[in-house]
Design a protein around this ligand. Structure first.
Ligand code: NAG
Ligand code: NAG
Length: 385
């Protein structure tokens, strides 16, 4: 028994006389579904529905300030975030938050939660941690099996793209901001635990039929406005301890992914050297259409690094810049919509910093390893930049 929306899709296509469609074809979903796991970088509103602190929510102005959405949605940006652009390039509608009432799962689901970490200890009780995000995915999988039958559900699950943007909160609040954790584990051991838990999450999704994975690696955390402002040492410099943890994480995780590709049949993935890409925008903003790579558009204090954007937190005073598009950073922790868009383009079309597959290949099922020459020959790549 198919749910009624399949018939609606078919009917609409017949009326419009479409011969080819990305989403519906003869009543079947033919596009890859998009499942999103992560933290505030990709939360599209799940935290609107949990009880947490204002630091973990963005459903108040000036979030959503650029008017793309009618009102603040819970996205930590003045507009859209990277997964919104990726969905657009994949010709999918916006992917709804899992907790949004009456959300439809037909094109995928966003499980992400601002403040979440890979470890359950990170911001415990205030966020939907990764394990719980996976439990939510399991509910969606069960309902897919009920709706489509096991065989077709398995096809859908193997064609879907599973994306992860998570880990920063483990190193910031979970470790550097948590003396107890530092006493229990040295940095190397802590990174090992985080990577171990992330690897388990991937293996669990693989065991449930997931084959295509996308990862946003960690940025140079120490260069977030909030950590520049906290840096006890260099005036205006990046907080190197934070960046070092993120880089150790990225290095360890790259090796894990290379191993999984050997060990797991048909496992394919897109990873990115996000920190190198972002550092270039922080250090040379003018080369990428920005005017300021260091200061937050919304916040107060040095670098806008005191996280008061919106005035809902302990301190109610905040400043808002005139043109967010001039800035890499929207608030003390999060980038602007323009940065999100450039990142989505990078992941979609690929570059030497993205691989072994780009997102276009994962979504289209064209699992030919990414070759740099493809990009150079693709005129839309130049255009998009
Ligand atoms: C996962 O994290 C927990 C701490 O929450 C840790 O005890 C455990 O060893 C980690 N698992 C792996 C496989 O690293
Ligand atoms: C905000 O204030 C509350 C209550 O005074 C306090 O418990 C909390 O730690 C403060 N949060 C921050 C981020 O300063």
């Amino acid at each position: 028994m198919r749910p009624p929306y399949y018939y609606c899709g078919t009917l609409l296509l017949l009326i419009l006389g479409f011969s080819k469609s990305y989403a519906y074809q003869e009543g079947k979903v033919t596009g890859s579904r998009f499942f999103i796991f992560g933290d505030s970088t990709v939360d599209a509103g799940n935290n609107n529905y949990i009880s947490t602190t204002p630091e973990n929510q963005a459903d108040y102005p000036p979030y959503g300030h650029n008017g793309y959405f009618e009102k603040p949605t819970g996205r930590f940006s003045e507009g859209r975030i990277v997964v919104d652009f990726i969905a657009e390039y994949a010709q999918l509608p916006l992917i709804p938050p899992f907790l949004q009432p009456s959300a439809e799962y037909v094109n995928g689901v966003n499980f992400a939660s601002a403040g979440a970490g890979i470890l359950p200890e990170t911001n415990q009780g205030l966020v939907i941690d990764l394990k719980t995000q996976l439990n939510h995915f399991e509910q969606v999988r069960q309902s897919l099996i009920e709706d489509l039958g096991e065989a077709e559900a398995n096809t859908v699950l193997s064609e879907a793209v599973y994306s992860f943007s998570i880990g920063s909160n483990d190193y910031m609040g979970g470790y550097l901001g948590n003396p107890n954790m530092q006493q229990m584990h040295d940095p190397e051991e802590f990174v090992g635990m985080v990577i171990g838990n992330l690897t388990q999450a991937i293996q669990e999704l693989y065991a449930k039929g997931g084959r295509k994975f996308a990862f946003l690696s960690l940025s140079s955390l120490g260069c977030l406005p909030v950590l520049r402002a906290l840096n006890p040492r260099k005036e205006g410099g990046c907080f190197e301890e934070a960046t070092a943890l993120a880089m150790a994480h990225n290095n360890a995780f790259s090796s894990v992914l290379a191993n999984l590709e050997h060990l797991l049949k048909d496992f394919s993935y897109c990873n990115s050297k996000f920190s190198i890409w972002l550092d270039d925008r922080i250090n040379n903003p003018l080369n990428h259409g920005f005017k300021d790579g260091i200061n937050a558009c919304c916040g107060i204090g040095p670098y806008g690094g005191i996280f008061t954007c919106g005035g809902t937190k302990n301190m109610t005073e905040y400043k808002l810049c005139e043109s967010p598009d001039d800035y890499v950073w929207w608030d003390s922790f999060h980038p602007t919509e323009k940065l999100h868009e450039q990142l989505a383009q990078e992941l979609w079309y690929g570059s030497p910093d993205v691989g072994p597959y780009n997102l276009q290949q994962l979504f289209s099922g064209n699992n030919k390893k990414f070759i740099i020459a493809d990009v150079v020959d693709d005129p839309s790549y130049e255009q998009k930049y």
